[in-house]
Design a protein around this ligand. Structure first.
Ligand code: ADP
Ligand code: MG
Length: 653
């Protein structure tokens, strides 16, 4: 423990030194020999300014420190205001326990804190502990702290301007604390240059406050832009969330990430060896184009962890295309001594004592949720859509005449599109009468496999119900006990082929189908090199590729499970996948991704009529498959309309 502490001191010392060195280098003419300069001890003000830059990097980091102070003080309501992107003014008001007048001078002094006594840097239970934030703010601009400690007869305030503290003065305030920072970096003009536009800083502030608010659902938050004076424009508001912690968190996530997130998210609750993981993960059908909806909190502290995004990504690997990002808000709790929060001046990063255990917990925890919910939960038609489709909300249009709603409308909030290159017409396995004989794998389960069960049994007991019709050679319509289901047979098939394919690979039982006439595919140099580089992996999947001439590859054998397909198109997709994922991903991930890319290419022919038995067979296979709720790109394979939804559509409810 003691060794630990001295290491962290050492780090700080070195950091200061780096600044000193770089400063002296900047002043040196490089042409002549480097003149030897005397080593000087920097004065306190210079040391402070250097250190201040580490803690308060930009307006959002000031706000983070102040809100964390308010949370540490037990606040139940925190109001944040800023002007001009936080550059001219930042103000945080709370109703916490306050600071007694005689302690105000200490509060704004460097390395002065009420939260630890310095003897144990390992067991840290508060958000702050370094005693630097207020001092740093006072060194960069004009800081005013006004506070009334609970039980104190009066409030008091202190001002620190450019590092110089003034005397404590009486002030008017009924309770809590108001901290105001005017002219951030006025005392360090060089740093002002590193700030971005007001809009960009404001955006960062917004994101920061929301992150903090997710971690404290029982605390009310407001955020105002007070540029130009007055009470300002409200940017964000979150009331105190009632209920027990999980319920409160759900409410807060609804407010911050959105209703659709909460509706497609499932609680996660996993523990291992002293680590507990809870929170919510969204089904792959709710994914985003950027990783903005991923939150990780360690012991209540929002942290950036480079491993986190990769770990989540891995858990969703074959459920999401590469350009989509999973959404999750996860809270990891453990004994404070198992995580070092003192590795970053702004405490934005942490170091786990057992990173492997943590990674594993996150991976398996998320994976388990996806597995157990992936099939059971289809996309339920959003209530917005139902409301919009109700006759009374469209008085001039009969609901049936509204034309086909767009996919976007049906999946409101699910944000999905058919990927390029997939035909509009959906295909089912090749007819036995056409083309080469279908491989046994592509064939549908026979009637015998379905067990000759009567429709009524499916209707009552099977989650995906009993098939009633096929529409447009594309959609299977099925009746369930309490509603109806529409299956996109193309998407479902893609997923089922993938899962079968994967099972074959893991059992080392992939069948190959030699091509009568080998396919020659022209590729550009890098693609050719990439794909030949994984030729051995591909051969295990029974995709046999060899170099051919200077610029092409020759495909001699393909996996039988894919039936008949456009070989060059698939080879190009594999090349794109390889170019995108690079060499970094682990072999297993890579194989899964390749399988997924390949599975999109099975027998593409015009949509095919299915018999009732075939349709039921599809439904049963989907039920048996934990990940059948979405295709390999994260789009849903089926949607569900509950009877209650249908009744609402018709205005019966
Ligand atoms: P740290 O949070 O690391 O202790 P700070 O510089 O952020 O360091 O704050 C110094 C001290 O001032 C805190 O330890 C706390 O005692 C007091 N303090 C700061 N902000 C508040 C607040 N909003 N309410 C009550 N006390 C506060
Ligand atoms: Mg603090």
């Amino acid at each position: 423990m003691h060794k630990f502490r001295s290491v962290s001191r050492q780090l700080r010392f070195d950091w200061t030194l780096v600044h000193v060195i770089s400063e002296s280098m900047a002043n040196t003419e490089t042409e002549s020999e480097i003149p030897r300069r005397r080593i000087r001890q920097l004065d306190d003000a210079a040391v402070h300014r250097i250190a201040a830059g580490e803690v308060v990097e930009r307006p959002s980091s000031v706000i983070k420190e102040l809100v964390e102070n308010s949370l540490d003080a037990g606040a139940t309501a925190i109001n944040v205001a800023y002007a001009d992107g936080g550059k001219t003014l930042i103000r945080v008001t709370d109703d916490g326990q306050g600071i007694p007048p005689d302690q105000l001078p200490l509060a704004v002094r460097n390395h002065a804190t009420s939260k630890i006594d310095g003897s144990d840097l390992v067991n840290i239970h508060s958000l702050g502990f370094r005693g630097e934030a207020l001092a740093a703010m006072g060194a960069t601009g004009r800081l005013t702290v006004r506070s009334r400690s609970t039980g104190s007869p009066a409030a008091a305030s202190i001002v620190v301007d450019g590092g110089v503290a003034q005397a404590v003065e009486p002030a008017a305030l009924s309770s809590g604390t108001v901290v105001e920072l005017a002219g951030l970096f006025r005392a360090i003009p060089a740093r002002l240059k590193f700030l971005r536009s007001d809009t960009a800083e404001a955006r960062e502030i917004n994101a920061t406050v929301k992150r903090l608010a997710i971690a404290a659902p029982q605390v009310a938050f407001t955020l105002h832009d007070v540029s130009g004076g007055g009470s300002g424009r409200r940017r964000f508001r979150a009331d105190r969330e009632p209920g027990e912690p999980a319920e409160a968190l759900r409410g807060r996530l609804r407010n911050i990430i959105g209703k659709e997130f909460v509706e497609s998210a499932f609680p996660i609750d996993a523990t291992t060896e002293g680590y507990a993981l809870r929170g919510y993960v969204a089904l792959p059908t709710y994914s985003r184009g950027a990783a903005v909806s991923q939150f990780l909190f360690v012991n209540g502290r929002s942290v950036k962890d480079r491993l986190f995004a990769g770990t989540i990504r891995a858990a969703y690997a074959d459920l999401l295309s590469r350009d989509r990002h999973p959404a999750a808000a996860l809270f990891l709790d453990c004994d404070p001594d198992r995580v070092d929060v003192n590795v970053h001046p702004a405490k934005a990063e942490v170091r786990f004592r057992e990173p492997r255990i943590v990674r594993n917990l996150i991976f398996t925890g998320v994976r388990e949720v996806l597995k157990s919910e992936g099939r059971r939960t289809s996309v339920r038609v959003s209530s917005e859509f139902i409301d919009a489709a109700r006759p009374e909300s469209q008085p001039n249009l009969h609901v049936l005449n509204r034309g086909r709603p767009s996919r976007q409308a049906i999946y409101a909030g699910f944000d999905m599109q058919r990927p390029e290159g997939l035909p509009e017409a959906h295909a089912w396995p090749a007819e036995p009468s056409e083309g080469p004989a279908p491989s046994p794998e592509t064939a549908l389960p026979s009637e015998a496999a379905v067990g000759g069960q009567k429709d009524d049994t499916f209707l009552q007991e099977a989650p995906l119900g009993s098939a009633r019709a096929q529409l447009h050679s594309t959609y299977i319509v099925s009746e369930t006990r309490d509603g109806m289901i529409i299956v996109d047979q193309h998407a479902a098939h893609e997923r089922l082929v993938y899962e079968r394919f994967k099972a074959q690979v893991s059992e080392n039982a992939v069948n190959g189908q030699p091509l009568l006439i080998p396919e020659i595919v022209e590729l550009d140099g890098q693609d050719r090199e990439n794909i030949l580089g994984v030729a051995e992996d591909l051969a295990k999947l029974r995709l046999n590729i060899e170099a051919f001439g200077g610029s092409a590859v020759c495909v001699r054998e393909v996996p039988a499970i894919l039936g008949e397909f456009n070989v060059p198109a698939m080879i190009k997709d594999i090349c794109d996948e390889l170019a995108g994922s690079g060499r970094t991903s682990a072999l297993n991930d890579r194989i899964d991704r390749l399988l997924s890319v390949m599975s999109c290419h099975r027998s593409i022919r015009a949509g095919r009529q299915l018999s009732t038995i075939e349709m039921n067979a599809v439904l049963r296979e989907m039920e048996g498959n934990p990940f059948s709720g979405q295709c390999n790109h994260g789009r849903p394979t089926y949607v569900e309309l509950k009877l209650a939804d249908i009744e609402r559509l018709f205005g019966r409810r």
